[in-house]
Write a protein that binds this ligand. Structure first.
Ligand SMILES: *Cc1c(COP(=O)(O)O)cnc(C)c1O
Length: 413
């Protein structure tokens, strides 16, 4: 699709509105049409032959050439438009691939780089689905997972250095729901010193693409649950991978063609329309969360309010200041009164809704230990700080004073 700016000389907020969609290819429509076709008509049998040769990697496209569309399991116009528009949002990104869930993006990235009899070093805690994927699918195929505590830079260096036949270094930062941050640049440097040159992947769902830029810090691939901040309205499930190299995206797209987990045209169209407001929404969510966290800290019911601007650990403060532009829209509240007090709060809040997921314009709260993190062992829960009294809050774009009043009424009595 055409680049109407004839170059890459505009800033991300402009590029997201000018790149990747040429109205003349949609009868002048200001918004892209939705192309639901499963199959695409070729101009000639030679064109069909060439499209297949490019898509299957037998020949390289000419400079600037885009392979003709073939069949929508491989790609379709709405995926191409979305992929072109999302790239400028990820600093350091070159190409993107869209998937029908965040887990589909993560799974496809794992299967593109994992080899038999290899290892994957990963930070803990990870999103529950990702941990399950490593244990339930990768390990039986001979890919051994090596967990290492998030934020523990020395241990991460050591785990990477000693990993034998290492294919992937996988980071999720900040960790969910404790917001422990891992130094991406340092882990990427450790990976680059490893003789196997493992690919560095970062699940950037919590702070990206607006506040944290892993590809500028040495990572190779960022992964997203676009279900969260990128789409932002709790109304769709989607995933994105953004890479620094064209070779990486070819690998991901070729697996995606096999697995059939590309995002469908209607969902691509929806997500594409949400991109220009991602930074606006995330900025408001972050400001709201910061005001709430800083107003709630010290309240007698809490043993801790977890939020990046309230970090006390010097190493955590250092990583936050170095690596994140803003603290983001997630905070966690740890109730002195344990599960009972946490549940009481969840029952009483009125504006904030009790649901899993995050990143939406409405505020959502949940009790991780009994829900999102209930698959973890007692030992893992303790080690990663997921306690009985912990409540995670994904702050929305409501007026923060109403949210604060709501939380305060839920906290008293
Ligand atoms: C939600 C989430 C995922 C999984 O994404 P889906 O879109 O639900 O498949 C992965 N990583 C993180 C950090 C998430 O929050």
């Amino acid at each position: 699709m055409a680049d109407q700016t004839h170059g890459h000389d505009v800033r991300p907020r402009t590029a997201v509105l000018t790149r990747g969609f040429d109205p003349s290819l949609s009868f002048g429509s200001a918004r892209p049409a939705v192309f639901r076709s499963s199959t695409y008509v070729f101009a000639s049998p030679e064109a069909a032959e060439r499209a297949f040769a490019i898509t299957t990697g037998k020949i390289q496209p000419a400079p600037g050439e885009r392979a003709d569309l073939i069949y929508s399991r491989f790609s379709h116009p709405n995926a191409e438009i979305l992929e072109d528009q999302i790239v400028p949002l990820e600093a350091g990104g070159r190409e993107a691939a869209v998937f029908n869930s965040g887990m589909a993006a993560i799974m496809t990235a794992f299967f593109a780089y994992a080899r038999p009899d290899s290892t994957i070093v990963y930070t803990t805690p990870l999103y529950g689905g990702t941990t399950g994927l490593i244990h339930t699918f990768l390990e039986p195929f001979g890919v051994r997972g090596i967990p290492v505590r998030s934020g523990d830079s020395a241990a991460i260096d050591a785990a990477i250095a000693s990993a034998r036949n290492c294919c992937i270094v996988y980071l999720e930062t900040p960790a969910n729901p404790t917001l422990i941050m891992t130094d991406i640049e340092r882990a990427a440097q450790a990976a680059s010193r490893h003789p196997d040159k493992p690919v560095v992947m970062v699940d950037n769902t919590f702070l990206g693409p607006t506040f944290q830029h892993p590809l500028l810090l040495g990572a190779d691939i960022t992964l997203y649950s676009a279900t969260k901040y990128l789409s932002g309205f709790s109304d769709m499930v989607a995933g994105v991978a953004i890479t620094k190299s064209s070779e990486a995206i070819r690998k991901l797209r070729s697996r995606r063609s096999m697995f059939g987990n590309i995002l469908q045209p209607d969902e691509c169209w929806m997500l594409d329309g949400r991109l220009p407001t991602v930074a606006l929404r995330m900025n408001r969510q972050s400001k709201n969360a910061q005001r709430l966290a800083e107003a709630l800290v010290g309240h007698k019911q809490f043993s801790r309010v977890i939020y990046p601007t309230l970090f006390e650990d010097l190493e955590q403060k250092r990583i936050f200041e170095k690596q994140c532009a803003y603290p983001g829209g997630i905070l966690s509240l740890e109730f002195q009164g344990g599960k009972e007090a946490a549940f009481e709060f969840l029952r009483k809040v009125r504006i904030a809704r009790n649901a899993v997921s995050l990143g939406s314009v409405e505020t959502l709260t949940c009790h991780p230990k009994s829900t999102t993190h209930s698959g973890m062992s007692a030992e893992e829960l303790a080690e990663s700080g997921v306690t009985d009294g912990l409540v995670r809050v994904s702050v929305g774009i409501e007026d923060w004073r109403d949210l604060l009043a709501d939380f305060e009424q839920a906290l008293c009595g």
